[in-house]
Design a protein around this ligand. Sequence first.
Ligand code: ZN
Length: 99
Amino acid sequence: MIGSLLKKSLSEVKFEELKGKGFELILVVEMLCELCEKPLDARKKFLRKIQILSREDHQNILNRARVHDRAEVDIEDGKIYFYDRDFPGDIHPECIEKL
Ligand SMILES: [Zn+2]
């Protein structure tokens, strides 16, 4: 499971906390199990680097986040993660056993 205690939901972080900082935008596609819908695996893809200097920059990133399943920011690490979900047609071995 991808997740860190340092990550916060992007929508909960105020502009003032992000202002003047640079971030790497990372797209994370979570591959979900067809049965339990929990992640089997995740693919990460670096998109680009951005800087949040103005409220407009902040709004742009919030707008972009809306098309994704969810968005998280790791302020210390300088990364913003956009999450999407995909069903690759696979099942956890332990879920197959339960069938
Ligand atoms: Zn499963």
